[in-house]
Design a protein around this ligand. Structure first.
Ligand code: NAI
Length: 428
């Protein structure tokens, strides 16, 4: 299939040093991932993934690496690559590649050709389970390697955009194996998308620019799970939050939270920082750039780099330069400077100093991933081709482990309460 796309270790000049640094990052993450630690005890003992081959396309950094290692230590052979050309940490990728049951092709700053060659290299290992963030692996298998589908027990999808694409594929009857919508579980969506994206996007923008949030007009495009988190955290840092939306109930919700809601054409004139979280394309465009103030920051936290129209911005610019690491300045003919962070890619993952979500948040997301992979392998006949909700019992299992690790106790229903809740006969 591929002509031997090399694993990361063969691409680095000092693989030993990289491996050591990657291991250090993973050890730190692992100390703060109690859910994966609890699952590790069970997985190492029972080897639920023995004989499986897991193919993964994810953001390869320390937290993801802890999931990858867990799956390998549960008996699987794992091949992994990145799901974004800029989000891989090469040292972590090298540390993973050193594991006997893991091969990592992930490398930072690959071009499109290398990006897809690495995905093909993973598929060459003929996975029986896929774990995706954005659906590029599922798409490549269906497009180019349909002969592998019969031996795939199922897949797991990490993010909103991937689930969205999978549902569209399913509606077209084009999805030929079962995939869990991991993104949609409460234990993922309500924490990772909301708190994770909120905290890590704002932290990365602040650290990349060394600028303050206080007193800024921050325009949040899209008031879904990610937008809610970004808006709340920005507001908590004394920014004035403006929300743009296309869905009336989300717009109303933002209004009732006390944020200003307005069309992007108006927000363009007052915003100091623009952060897109829509999962859609062409949210900030040539219609908006001419209205913006000098010095604005433009960043994206949605999955693909299509929310801010960088081609149009580049066409309008009379000059471009790297104003700081991770900040590209576009100078307009009237002298205004518009600054794009992380090339318009996921700002919390693709910036030069980006670390992605906080560790504790990813412990939850990856705890759900791990139990979903276990479920697919243990019950291969329970799921038809198509997108599936994660069984509620699995999500609860992860929540209970997390609460126990945090030392948080909570109530249980009494028998009378359970009976009352299940009955339709009790009225006034
Ligand atoms: P969501 O579906 O909950 O929210 C998206 C919102 O954007 C919706 O309310 C929708 O009405 C709105 N929207 C769509 N087009 C718009 C437009 N043109 N203008 C204004 N609003 C518009 O999705 P969620 O979970 O918030 O995810 C958003 C994106 O972020 C996805 O691409 C997802 O994959 C990605 N994501 C990124 C993460 C990160 O680490 N940066 C983490 C989790 C998700």
């Amino acid at each position: 299939m591929t002509d031997g796309y090399p694993p990361i270790t063969e691409q680095l000049s000092d693989a030993d040093a990289a491996r050591e640094e990657g291991r250090r990052k993973m050890d730190w993450a692992r100390q703060h991932m109690p859910i994966l630690a609890e699952l590790r005890e069970e997985f190492v003992e029972e080897q639920p993934l023995a004989g499986q081959r897991v193919g993964m396309a994810m953001h390869v950094e320390a937290k993801t690496a802890c999931l990858v290692e867990l799956l390998a230590d549960a008996g699987a052979e794992v091949a992994i690559t990145g799901c974004n050309p800029l989000s891989t940490h090469d040292d972590v990728s090298a540390a993973l590649d050193a594991h006997d049951s893991i091969i990592s092709y992930a490398k930072r700053e690959v071009d499109d050709e290398e990006y897809y060659a690495a995905i093909e290299a993973v598929i060459d290992h003929e996975p029986t389970v896929t774990v995706d963030d954005g659906m590029d692996m599922v798409a490549a298998i269906h497009d180019d390697y349909p002969e592998l589908i019969d031996s795939i027990v199922g897949g797991c999808e990490e993010t909103t955009t991937g689930v969205h694409r999978l549902r569209a594929m399913d509606e077209d009857d084009a999805l030929d194996y079962p995939v869990f919508a991991v993104n949609d579980t409460p234990m993922k969506r309500l924490f990772d998308n909301v708190h994770g994206t909120g905290e890590s996007s704002l932290a990365n923008i602040a650290m990349t620019t060394n600028l303050s949030w206080a007193g800024k007009n921050v325009v949040v495009a899209g008031y879904g799970d990610c937008g809610r988190g970004v808006a709340k955290k920005a507001s908590g840092q004394n920014a004035n939050v403006i929300v743009t939306e296309v869905e009336p109930r989300r717009a109303l919700e933002a209004h009732m939270e006390g944020y200003d809601v307005m069309p992007m054409a108006e927000a363009a004139e007052v915003g100091d920082v623009f952060l897109t979280t829509t999962g859609n394309r062409d949210v900030v465009t040539e219609e908006h750039f001419p209205r913006m103030k000098d010095g604005v920051l433009l960043a994206n936290a949605g999955h693909f780099d299509v929310e801010v129209d960088l081609d149009a911005l580049s066409d309008l610019a009379v000059a471009e330069r790297e104003a700081r690491d991770g900040v590209r300045e576009y100078e307009m003919d009237d002298g205004r400077r518009l600054n794009v962070l992380a090339e318009g890619r996921l700002v919390n993952l693709a910036g030069p100093i980006a670390l992605g979500h906080p560790v504790e948040v990813m412990d939850q997301s990856f705890g759900v991933q791990a139990v979903c992979v276990r479920e697919l392998v243990e019950n291969p006949d329970a799921y038809d081709a198509g997108v599936h909700e994660v069984p509620d019992a699995l999500d609860r299992e992860v929540a209970e482990v997390k609460l126990a690790a945090e030392g948080v106790e909570f109530d249980d229903l009494t028998d009378d309460q359970r009976e009352y809740m299940d009955s339709w006969q009790h009225g006034t």
